[in-house]
Design a protein around this ligand. Structure first.
Ligand SMILES: Nc1nc2c(ncn2[C@@H]2O[C@H](COP(=O)(O)OP(=O)(O)OP(=O)(O)O)[C@@H](O)[C@H]2O)c(=O)[nH]1
Ligand SMILES: [Mg+2]
Length: 452
C-alpha cells in the first residue's frame, strides 16, 4: 500500500476558464497539509464530510492566496479510501497553481496520471473495469460513448466477465480434481465440460465483436472528403457540421489547406476533413494543398469520394477512387442532385448515394451508409463494450478455450485441457484486475488524465 501523499489539480486547467478548480490531496498527510494551509474563521470544526469556508494562506508569509472551500473526507470514506482533502479554489491558472505549489511544498508529491484511481483500485474501492470506465467517461466524445462508460462504471462489465471466469473456474476445479484423484471421484462427463467451455468461448467472442463496435463510439473516425475541384466538398463539410467552417465559392481550387471539423453523428464522434480539390495545376500553393489531400486520403479511417452529378462521373474520378487504400471504407457520393428535376433520378451508376449539399437532400442516407460501412449499423445495439486492452484479453481467453476444446476433441488426458483453461482464467482475471501484474497496472493507469 502506498504510504505517501499525492496531490494534483483535478479539474481542467485553462487560462480564464472554469470558475472553480479543485486541488485534490490524498494520503496519510492530507489532513495535516489541509490544516497547515487552510484558515477557517469562526467556530468551524474539522469534521469529515463537512465543507469548511476560509482562505488558503502561505504559512511562510501569511499571505492569503485564495478564498476557498475545503472538503475533508477521512479514510476510508473517500474515492481512494485514503484521507482526502479537496481545496475548491477559484479557477483559471494562477491561484490554483499557487495552492498546488503550497500543497507540494508542505510534503505532498505531484500525482502521476491516474494515480488517484490506481489507489482506489489498490485499496479495493474499484475493480479494474470500473476504474477504466471512469477514464472513458472523462474522455467520452459523444453521449453514446458516455453511456457505454456509465454501463461499465455501474459494474456491468465486471459482473459479466467475473461470471464467465467463475464458470471456467468451476470446470477447472472439476478437471484438476480428476488429474490428481481420478480413481476416487465419480467419472466426469467430458461432453458436458466441452459444451460449457464452448458456451463461454461463444460469449467471449460476442463480447469482442461488441467491443469492436463500441470502439467506434470511443475513438471516433477520421473521414476525408475528397474529389475534384468544385464538386462541393466544402459545401458538404459545412452542411454536416452545421457551420460555415470552410470557404465555398464557384471557383475551382478554392480550398487550399485541410479544414477539420469535429462532429457527432448518431453517437459516433467524427473528425471530418475537407481537402483541396485534386487536379493537375501549376499553382505552387495549390500543389501543396493537393499533396495534403493525398496524405489525408491515405490516413483516413473512411473516405467520402465526392463527384458532381451535373458533370457526370469521369476518368479523373475513377483515378481518385483507385487511390483509396484497400480495406478503407469508401462511399462514392454524387453531389448536386438538385440540378435534376424532382422525381427524376440522376443518371449515375457509380454513386452509392446521391445528395445535394446545397439543399441537404440525401444527407441522412449518406450518414447511414457511411456509418454502416464503418461497421456501425446498429448504434443502439451495443450495451457494454470492452476497450482495446479488455478485447485483447477476451480474445486471448477465447483462443485458449479453443485450444482446450481441441484437447477435448482429441480425447487427450485432463491435464492437457487444464493448461489452456488456466490461461483463459488468467486472461479474464487480468480484465477485472484479480490477476494482474504491477507493470500492467502502471500501464493501464498511466493512460488516465492527471488528477483522476
Ligand atoms: N447546385 C448545387 N451547387 C452546389 C452544391 N454543392 C456545392 N455547390 C456549389 O458548387 C460550387 C463549389 O462548391 P465548393 O463546396 O466550394 O466545392 P469544393 O469541392 O470544396 O471545391 P474546391 O475547394 O475548389 O475543391 C459552389 O458554387 C457551391 O455553391 C449542390 O449540391 N448543388
Ligand atoms: Mg473546397
Amino acid at each position: 500500500m502506498p504510504d505517501d501523499t499525492i496531490a494534483a489539480v483535478a479539474t481542467a486547467i485553462a487560462p480564464g476558464e472554469g470558475s472553480v478548480a479543485i486541488v485534490r490531496v490524498s494520503g496519510p498527510e492530507a489532513e495535516t497539509i489541509g490544516q497547515r494551509l487552510f484558515v477557517a474563521p469562526g467556530h468551524q470544526t474539522w469534521e469529515s464530510h463537512r465543507v469548511l469556508y476560509g482562505h488558503v494562506c502561505d504559512p511562510a508569509s501569511g499571505e492569503r492566496v485564495d478564498e476557498a472551500l475545503l472538503l475533508l473526507m477521512r479514510a476510508p470514506r473517500s474515492f481512494t479510501r485514503e484521507t482526502v482533502v479537496e481545496f475548491h479554489c477559484h479557477g483559471g491558472l494562477i491561484s490554483v497553481q499557487r495552492v498546488l505549489e503550497l500543497v507540494l511544498a508542505s510534503g505532498a508529491r505531484r500525482a502521476l496520471p491516474g494515480e488517484f484511481s490506481q489507489r482506489a483500485f489498490l485499496n479495493g474501492r474499484l475493480d479494474l473495469t470500473r476504474a477504466e470506465a471512469i477514464s472513458e467517461l472523462v474522455t467520452a466524445r459523444s453521449r453514446r460513448a458516455a453511456q457505454l462508460a456509465m454501463a461499465g462504471l455501474d459494474g456491468g462489465l465486471q459482473a459479466q466477465i467475473a461470471g464467465l471466469r467463475e464458470r471456467l473456474l468451476d470446470q477447472l476445479a472439476e478437471l484438476e480434481a480428476r488429474v490428481d484423484f481420478e480413481d476416487d471421484l465419480p467419472p466426469l462427463d467430458s461432453d458436458a465440460v466441452a459444451a460449457e467451455l464452448g458456451a463461454v468461448q461463444a460469449e467471449l467472442e460476442q463480447l469482442v465483436a461488441d467491443g469492436e463496435r463500441g470502439q467506434l463510439l470511443r475513438d471516433g473516425l477520421r473521414v476525408a472528403i475528397v474529389g475534384r475541384p468544385n464538386v462541393g466538398k466544402s459545401s458538404l463539410l459545412n452542411r454536416l457540421s452545421c457551420s460555415e467552417r470552410a470557404i465555398v465559392t464557384d471557383l475551382p481550387g478554392t480550398t487550399r489547406d485541410l479544414v477539420e471539423s469535429e462532429l457527432v453523428l448518431q453517437g459516433v464522434p467524427l473528425t471530418l476533413l475537407d481537402t483541396a480539390g485534386i487536379r493537375s495545376t501549376s499553382d505552387r500553393v495549390e500543389q501543396i494543398g493537393i499533396e495534403r489531400s493525398h496524405s489525408a486520403l491515405q490516413a483516413a479511417d473512411a473516405v467520402l469520394l465526392l463527384f458532381d452529378l451535373s458533370v457526370g462521373w469521369c476518368a479523373d474520378d475513377a483515378a481518385l477512387r483507385d487511390l483509396v487504400p484497400e480495406g478503407v471504407p469508401l462511399l462514392v457520393v454524387g453531389n448536386k442532385a438538385d440540378q435534376f428535376a424532382a422525381g427524376t433520378s440522376p443518371p449515375s451508376t457509380e454513386a452509392d448515394v446521391c445528395i445535394s449539399a446545397l439543399t441537404g437532400a440525401g444527407e441522412s442516407d449518406l450518414v447511414a451508409q457511411l456509418l454502416a460501412r464503418c461497421g456501425h449499423s446498429d448504434p443502439q445495439g451495443v450495451q457494454l463494450a470492452l476497450n482495446r486492452r479488455q478485447q485483447d484479453l477476451a480474445a486471448a481467453a477465447a483462443a485458449s478455450l479453443g485450444a482446450s476444446l481441441e484437447a477435448a476433441r482429441q480425447q487427450l488426458p485432463w491435464d492437457f485441457w487444464t493448461i489452456d483453461l488456466r490461461a483463459a482464467v488468467r486472461a479474464l482475471g487480468e480484465i477485472t484486475g484479480e490477476e494482474v501484474s504491477e507493470a500492467v497496472l502502471d500501464r493501464v493507469f498511466s493512460r488516465f488524465c492527471i488528477g483522476k
